[in-house]
Ligand binder design. Sequence first.
Ligand code: GUN
Ligand code: ZN
Length: 430
Amino acid sequence: MTIRAYRGELLSVAQDPRDGGEVRHEVDGLLVVEDGIVAARGNHADLADRYPDVSVEDLPGLVVPGFVDAHVHYPQTDCIAAHGEQLLDWLDRHIFPAEAQFANRAHADALADVFLTELLRNGTTSALVFATVHEHSVDALFDAALARRIRVVSGKVLMDMGPDGLRDTPATGRAESEALIRRWRGRGRLGYAITPRFALTSSDAQLAETGALLADHPDALLHTHLAENRHECAAVAARFADAADYLDVYDRFGLVGARSVFAHGIHLTERSCARLAETGAGIAICPSSNLFLGSGHFDFGQADRHGLALGLGTDIGAGTSFSMLHTAGLAYQAALAREDRLDPFRALWLATAGSAKLLHIADRVGALEVGQEADFVVLDEAATPLLARRTRPENRRATLAERLFALQILGDDRAVARSYVMGQCAHRRD
Ligand code: GUN
Ligand code: ZN
């Protein structure tokens, strides 16, 4: 058994502040970690005597739980900043050609490595990840994540109506998904998500097969895109003319349940919000992507009226930053565009425990509570000259909320001094 302790300023939000969830903050805290799991947490003054022989590492900064990215595409890492198009044309012009290169396993291995390095540089220690249509694109990601002990949930993309070179069939899609589930179930910190790309790239036969697959594997997540962009919504309405709305297309094939994660949800009907709430299905909000592709702004007011389960995602490569801090800052700006005010503690919750709940891993990560895996990030409030000025000692009368908000608006990978995975340092900035 290995036991270590970490001393620093600890901050976490385990439950949605909107539902009364409290901010947990130890100005001079101690985190005791046994074999990668949090064994104790509290004020240093209260706890230190109980662990006299344990070596203590000082953490220089604000310590928060490792971020949980609730929606991101690893094969699109090299596609960030592709100019000129909204969703459907962007997919055709930039994304599908890039994903076709994943037919080559060595290419997938290389990108998986770059992607996971980028996650850790940004303090992200768990993620729900799109791969490509190729079965081995998931093997590449899972192999690399297993070696680094990063918590990754992913799955082969189902898309029998995709472009040339990126199509499976209802039968091969199902068989390959099942082979991956068999191969990877129960290994390390990995999980499987059944992943139809979106309604427009799967036939009715494949959507039906996806529903059957999900019914056979109740421990898997369902991960797809929903009501992201107006042109996409119009195309879905034209193809599925008898569906009540976009969500209903998925619902008819058995794809809407408590383990379903839908990215975006920018253009949701009141009916579909009620149905999401009724089933417990969640939305991964992706503000940088929504701005980049001109999709719109997530409606926090509507979501909260219905009590929707929410998390936060970067959606690389439509998203423009791997940083969940920056993404939280953009979520604030997207909310304000609709006259909603996203509190910085709620934004932190969205980026950690909220996303973890969406991914059904909140018992393991997201709040640095006793019994959880010790994934955490050390944030440097003086990472850039501007941040240093905004948070300088004269300003230290600034409240904790103001300090956290400054990190969300001005911070990014530069503010991540260190990332720890199960108590071990996995990234150190300098
Ligand atoms: N909808 C279907 N595929 C995609 C994708 O790769 N990115 C985004 N943002 N939306 C999608
Ligand atoms: Zn996406």
